[in-house]
Design a protein. Structure first.
Length: 293
């Protein structure tokens, strides 16, 4: 049967979660028409054996990429995309558990409508395997907000072909690559929100975007700058984001000009700048890196 959906699953130090992830995977109602692309960074032998047992029991359902070194999350995500077969790509981290029908719900939604992506509600849990926690629902779901905030959550699905228009995950970002990618999705396509719980997001303060030393605040600030979200920008820490290249994406071992994928970029940013200036009663200007704020 044709693979319709590829689940994108980067993996590093997931030994505590992988067995349960593989155990629950076949329970997906869409299992026979999907694959998981597991990009496995520095796996332990026990983890490799778990995957091999799964592959022998369920052939052609899990593509296993083994890396002897550890790559940044964006590199891992992009490799999954490059090796995927499905027309639709679903984000699925090994330490997050999807509801049994989540892939099918998203597939049915994105298949029948002219949209580029689909997301839904999710439950925040503090312990892996728990189903008790706070549900996150996006009551505000419009283009304006989608291009300013990360509303897609941990379980979004998108059309693979849209990557030709918007590019892949920016590999220079170690924590905010999904946010950056989500903004481009919203700029180029319409999306839908499924008002049902799609899964259980592990928020135990150990993830790349939640632990105490996370780069998430810094990289969010960089993304605010890149896309002209000036009202959210922490101007006191602008100097810290100079380590990043704002005018280029990095993926597949190459540098790609933002304007190659966003040909309207200069006009888009200039409009954002003018709007910000007009909304600033003090008309306070500062020029840095070709931006005014």
């Amino acid at each position: 049967m044709t693979i319709e959906v590829s689940a994108i699953s980067p993996c590093y130090k997931m030994g505590n979660y992988l067995e349960t992830f593989l155990e629950l995977l076949p329970k997906q109602t869409f299992f026979n028409r999907m694959e998981v692309v597991l990009d496995h960074n520095e796996p332990m032998q026990k983890e490799i054996e778990l995957v091999k047992r799964f592959q022998s029991r369920y052939p052609n359902r899990l593509k296993h990429i083994i890396l002897k070194k550890v790559d940044p999350i964006g590199v891992s995500m992009n490799r999954c995309i490059n090796f995927s077969k499905g027309k639709y790509l679903a984000i699925w981290n090994v330490d997050d558990l999807r509801t049994d029908n989540s892939i099918e719900l998203q597939y049915n939604q994105i298949k029948k409508e002219k949209i580029g992506f689909v997301c839904g509600n999710f439950t925040n849990v503090k312990k892996f395997g728990s189903i008790n926690g706070k549900i996150t629902r996006n009551k505000i779901f419009n283009k304006n907000e989608l291009t300013q905030s990360m509303l897609l959550g941990p379980f979004f699905m998108f059309k693979k072909k849209i990557c030709k228009k918007i590019g892949l995950f920016d590999e220079q970002l170690l924590s905010g690559a999904d946010f950056d990618f989500a903004i481009r999705l919203a700029l180029f396509s319409k999306g839908k929100m499924i008002d049902k719980n799609l899964g259980y997001y592990l928020n135990n303060q150990q993830g790349a975007s939640t632990r105490k030393d996370s780069l998430q605040p810094l990289e969010a600030n960089f993304i605010y700058m890149r896309y002209g979200i000036f009202h959210k920008l922490d101007k006191n820490n602008i100097y810290k984001i100079m380590r990043y290249n704002i005018n280029n994406f990095f993926f597949n071992n190459k540098k790609h000009a933002v304007e190659k994928y966003l040909p309207f970029y200069k006009n888009y940013i200039n409009q954002k700048i003018l709007k910000h200036i007009n909304n600033n009663p003090f008309r306070f200007y500062e020029k840095k890196n070709n931006f005014l704020f």
